[in-house]
Design a protein. Sequence first.
Length: 387
Amino acid sequence: MQVNSELQQLNGNYLFTEIVRRTQAYQAQHPEAKVLRLGVGDVTRPLPLTIIDAMHRAVEEMAHAKTFRGYGPEAGYGWLKQCIIEHDYRPRGVELTPEEVFISDGAGSDLGNLSELFDRANSVAILDPAYPAYVDTSRMAGRKIQYLPCVAENGFVPELPKEQADIIYLCYPNNPTGAVLTREQLRLWVEYARSHHSIIIFDAAYESFIEEKDIPHTIYEIEGAKEVAIEVCSYSKSAGFTAVRCGWTVVPKQTGLQAMWMRRQCTKFNGTSYIAQRAAEATYTPAGKAGLQANLTHYKNTAKLLLKGLSTMGYEVYGGKNAPYIWCRVPKGYDSWSFFDHLLERCQVVCTPGVGFGPAGEGFVRFSAFSNREDVEEALKRMEHIK
Ligand code: PLP
């Protein structure tokens, strides 16, 4: 037996373990300190009651012979696919068939697993900085990676790849920079993929945070995208499902990959929990929609507060308008980690060092709006004092 050396060489989840280590070390030395966590990208608000009720009903069904359910369809129940087709795509002028929609247990699994569709020899293009899953899964598969720097000068939207890119991971609204793509900018990527026989894996996990017009909510709003794009979506951030676990992936027939993905899922994935799918279905009811909207509005307001507070203090800040993240340049004389330490020690505020998302993230930190208003106000007040 030989282990997968690429996987072996990946370091541990250095970024978040190191943040936890430094925060715990500080807290141990200062047990009285109230540390404010503005770093993590995890939701904090409870689920709307109507979604809880849907889960209770689903659990109750499992208690009776007549309504008990065993394995469901590997690619998800038709009723949930129908909700997605009718509510998430049709209003945006995109028609999908149920066979093209695959219910998942969240975006994370599919972002990794989709890599199995492609030959190892394919080259990969990945935004730098980026959510770590794209680099990690590409390295586990032993693929050659081309990094696409996303810097303030290009508005965190990189130039098209200089070398041939067979697989392209795009994530907009972006984690960590909070940047978005206009329709015209996304059209250029679709054109690139069409002329280079590439596939785009479009991570739309933060779609629900889009506020401005002319920002596409799905890559299929761009003509021709169905031939070259797979879209990965999640209820995690839109509906607070990071623990419930449910999402979906669209693999259009025109990609020529739909049947292969189905085949792969039938072998390796026995479907998303029935209870989670019923919870997801409840997000489309009027009460479900209202509950989600209330939570989203809360996070969006927190993002606005952070953005305004930081920029009033003179920080160079980006994002926060169509995304729950604020990307903040660290002051002169600091790098990502030394500014993280500075904020922790002087303000008891935890952010995320930008360099943890890739080399081009050096010199930035990420603040997350998945927090409560009081903590953000308090954090800003403390930061004001050290300016
Ligand atoms: N994609 C991006 C850009 C994310 O930031 C995250 C989680 O933070 C995910 C995917 C994974 O989401 P899920 O909870 O659906 O696995």
